[in-house]
Design a protein around this ligand. Structure first.
Ligand SMILES: Nc1ncnc2c1ncn2[C@@H]1O[C@H](COP(=O)(O)OP(=O)(O)OP(=O)(O)O)[C@@H](O)[C@H]1O
Length: 257
């Protein structure tokens, strides 16, 4: 029996981004399959953050379009894109410093339940007990059960990043964008985060991850696209990318191990 075609949930179609005289993105065509983890790698200045900012509506593309599950995102505001079920974990954590750790994780679930989020996120309307239970479960997953009542401002940078990840996960977005989710973390915290991201894979959430740490990339990615000087120079399975001479060259002759 023929295999059914994979569903492309996110498509950046022929995207260009110009900053004055600098072309940060050229002819970028990125297709992300539903339920998969798609990593975008590339040397410094390759255009990775620019592409992510175009996807989430923070930057308008100079030309081209981004399509999410049949809806053209280009021209929409970041909050509208978020309401369609796209969340992003930022390099600088965006948390509520004056709330406790537990309150931080519960807050986005209440916002989603009571406000505009509720229409397009995967989950249905929950009771406060359900939200609390899910927040506790996520906090256990990220190893922060011992810090529930601590003020979020008191957390280390790595803990703030994992807290923000839990805040995104409780919204159960259809697409989660992760911008260097383990930057600044110890190896132990990095591995905890990898385990958490693997765990949520089984929930069918699609993830796009930008990452410099190849241990993280090769632990998580189903597919990898390589950006260099604003162009996608290779796209494929992790093993194909590892062996691709163009990729080795883009990393200045280094290895992508
Ligand atoms: N707002 C901006 N104005 C002008 N130039 C910009 C702007 N944002 C990014 N650039 C330039 O666009 C290019 C791509 O930058 P970008 O931050 O997307 O790369 P990156 O792959 O994310 O790099 P890194 O891995 O170092 O974060 C770089 O040359 C950068 O200097």
């Amino acid at each position: 029996m023929a295999q059914s075609e994979p569903n492309i949930i996110l498509h950046a179609a022929d995207v260009q981004k110009q900053f004055g005289g600098l072309r940060a993105l050229s002819d970028v065509d990125l297709q992300v399959e539903e339920g998969k983890t798609h990593a975008i790698i590339g040397p410094n200045g390759a255009g990775k953050s620019t592409l992510l900012n175009v996807i989430i509506g923070r930057l308008p593309p100079t030309s081209g379009a981004v399509i999410f599950d049949g809806t053209v995102l280009t021209g929409k505001q970041p909050h509208e894109i978020n309401q369609l079920g796209i969340s992003r974990v930022f390099q600088t954590p965006e948390i509520f410093p004056d709330l406790t750790v537990l309150q931080n994780v519960m807050a986005p679930a209440f916002a989603r339940r009571d406000g505009a989020f509720k229409i397009n996120m995967l989950r249905s309307v929950d009771s406060e007990t359900e939200i609390r239970d899910e927040a506790l479960s996520l906090l256990e997953d990220i190893g922060m059960t011992g810090r529930l009542e601590d003020n979020a401002a008191s957390l280390s940078r790595g803990d703030k990043r994992r807290l923000e990840l839990a805040m995104c996960l409780i919204q159960r977005p259809r697409l989660l964008l992760l911008d260097e989710p383990t930057a600044g973390m110890s190896r132990h915290d990095t591995n905890t985060t990898i385990d958490l991201l693997k765990k949520i894979k089984s929930r069918g959430m699609t993830k796009v991850i930008i990452e410099h740490d190849m241990h993280v990339v090769f632990s998580l990615a189903d597919k990898i696209s390589v950006l260099a000087q604003g162009r996608i120079i290779a796209s494929g399975l992790p093993q194909e990318i590892k062996e691709d001479p163009r990729v080795q060259e883009a990393y200045l002759g280094g290895s992508v191990e």
